[in-house]
Structures are given as structure tokens and as C-alpha cells.
Design a protein around this ligand. Structure first.
Ligand SMILES: C[S@@+](CC[C@H](N)C(=O)[O-])C[C@H]1O[C@@H](n2cnc3c(N)ncnc32)[C@H](O)[C@@H]1O
Length: 297
């Protein structure tokens, strides 16, 4: 049996009782370690679960899934995913492969950033498409996600922006020379994401749609809410205009992981008042949210 197990968002104790029982009974335990991280390292998980853990990087999951699934028709294999196994990344490939090999699987769910984002105060019902913001490079400034944000904005819907994670990346030189030397992991912070967004807005990249929506995103009147380490005791939320968030330094948000929400242009009064609690500048929040934003029933 293959168990696909969500670990939740914070530390080793967020695993569910069913998840823990499955892990304890497994012959091999893998930890998917490239789409998200917990606030604690693998050693803490091993000590709590009483099991050795094999770290599965992207390469292993994408190209060696048959090794992960080896003998899973007679043995029990656990594949651990931070958050929920279907939160953002689906791991559908692994399940399809298991299916093709006639290996039965069980999914054990847990909390995900996709539902814990509710903690910032905006109703989950009022979110549109989620986007992932990739790191810009010197030669590549991917912006297709911005059109998704604008589509949501036209409908008055909020956008959850998940931020890029780079683990086991090779420098161009090491890649070219075939050297398996990896750069330190990088987790995109809110300041980086907001400054990338503002630089795209400055360029005013033409929309592929003729609807005149770009004005829906404006540095001084678009509200956003950051969430750092949601689900952890150290979690932190900050709300304000894009401009206000861009002026804060990294310390205002603390360590990874970070996400942020671009508020749609309509607020339910409860959403507005709840999210006001994290405002950088409460007076400005009230001015923008009451003056620029519409009201949702
Ligand atoms: C590809 S998603 C993986 C989601 C994970 N499977 C889940 O269900 O939560 C990873 C991104 O989600 C966001 N994220 C995950 N956990 C978070 C947390 N605890 N607080 C804030 N953002 C988080 C970060 O932007 C991170 O780069």
C-alpha cells in the first residue's frame, strides 16, 4: 500500500493520528522536500515518528518513482508531503504510476496553506485562481500569473499568491560542467514578490484581454495581506497597500515560508474589519478600504 500523507504546516506534531499510525507501520518512509517545508528538520520528524526518513527531491520523485514504489504491492510505503498532499501540488503523477502498477493507495489529508489562508480574515469563498510567483532572473521575468490576478480582480475576487521555492538548484556554471554542486535553498519573501509585482505594474505589461482592468492593480490603492509561517506559533500577518508592504524590510515578515493575498476590489464588512487588525497603517487601511473598495453582500 502506498500512503500519501499530509504533514500539516508547522512541526512534527501536526501529523494526524491516522497519518502517524500509517507512518509507524510503514516499511519505507519518504519525505517530499521540494515544494514546501515545515518549521523543523527531518531529524525532529524521525525522532517523533520513530522511523528513518528518505528525503525525496524533485529528481527522485519525477524520474525514480518506480524506486519509491518498489514492492509497494506487498510492503507499506509512506510518502509524506508538507501541508496537504493535494494542496497546490497534486502528486498526481505518483498516484497514476501507482495505479498503473496496480498498487493500492490511501490519501491521508491535513491542513494546507490553501485553507489556512482563511486566518488572514478573507472568506475562502471569495478567492479566485491561486497563482505561483516565480523568481525573476537577469534574463527572465515570467508574468503570466499577473493576468490570472487581473482576471480575479475583474470579478472582485481575492488572489492567493504562493511564492517560489528553489532547492537543489545548480549555478549555470556547475550545470554546464555537470558538477553536482547545489546552491543554498531560496524561499521567496514577500518583499521580493511585491517588488517583482510592482516592477511589472510599472512596465504596465499590456493585458492579453481588451477589458480595461489594469487600473484595478495600483501600488497605492491595491490592498494586500502577507502571511508568514501560517499555522506555526510564530505566524505573522501584515496588511496594507502594495506600496506600504514594499517599504517594509524582511524582518517585518520573519523567516520562510511566505505567501500573500491580493485583495479583490470588493470587501465584505467582516473581511475588511478582520484584515484591518494586521494593518501597517490603520488610518490608511480604513481610507483605502472604505474609499476605493466596493462592498460585498
Ligand atoms: C507549492 S505550495 C505547497 C503547498 C502545500 N502542499 C500545502 O498544502 O500547504 C508551497 C508554497 O505555499 C506557501 N506556503 C506553504 N506553507 C506556508 C505557510 N505555512 N505559511 C505561508 N505560506 C506557506 C509558500 O508560498 C510556499 O512556497
Amino acid at each position: 500500500m502506498l500512503y500519501l500523507i499530509g504533514l500539516g504546516l508547522s512541526d512534527e506534531k501536526d501529523v494526524t493520528v491516522r497519518g502517524l499510525e500509517a507512518i509507524k507501520g510503514s516499511d519505507r518512509v519518504y519525505l517530499e522536500a521540494y515544494t514546501s517545508i515545515l518549521g523543523v528538520g527531518k531529524e525532529r520528524l524521525e525522532a517523533f515518528y520513530g522511523k528513518d526518513i528518505i528525503v525525496a527531491d524533485r529528481d527522485m520523485v519525477e524520474t525514480e518513482s518506480d524506486d519509491i514504489l518498489a514492492n509497494a504491492d506487498t510492503l507499506d510505503i509512506s510518502f509524506l508531503v508538507v501541508g496537504d498532499p493535494f494542496g497546490a501540488t497534486t502528486h498526481a503523477d505518483l498516484l497514476l504510476r501507482a495505479d498503473a502498477l496496480k498498487i493500492p493507495y490511501t490519501v491521508i489529508h491535513n491542513a494546507s496553506v490553501m485553507n489556512a489562508v482563511g486566518a488572514v480574515g478573507l472568506a475562502l469563498y471569495n478567492y479566485g485562481q491561486t497563482v505561483s510567483i516565480p523568481f525573476f532572473t537577469d534574463s527572465w521575468r515570467p508574468d503570466s500569473w499577473l493576468e490570472r490576478v487581473r482576471e480575479n480582480a475583474r470579478l472582485g475576487l481575492h488572489t492567493l499568491c504562493l511564492l517560489d521555492i528553489k532547492v537543489k538548484e545548480q549555478s549555470e556554471e556547475n550545470l554546464a560542467r555537470g558538477r553536482k554542486i547545489f546552491e543554498p535553498p531560496r524561499y521567496m519573501s514577500v518583499p521580493t514578490a511585491v517588488s517583482q509585482l510592482l516592477s511589472l505594474l510599472e512596465e504596465d505589461a499590456p493585458s492579453t484581454d481588451s477589458t480595461p482592468a489594469p487600473e484595478a492593480l495600483n501600488p497605492s490603492t491595491t490592498l494586500a495581506i502577507s502571511l508568514s509561517r501560517v499555522g506555526d506559533p510564530s505566524q505573522k500577518f501584515v496588511s496594507g497597500t502594495l506600496e506600504e508592504l514594499s517599504k517594509l524590510d524582511e524582518d517585518a515578515f520573519g523567516g520562510p515560508l511566505h505567501s500573500f493575498v491580493i485583495v479583490g476590489n470588493r470587501f465584505h464588512a467582516l473581511e475588511r474589519d478582520f484584515a484591518a487588525r494586521w494593518a501597517v497603517d490603520r488610518e490608511n487601511w480604513d481610507k483605502v478600504s472604505n474609499g476605493v473598495y466596493g462592498v460585498r453582500d
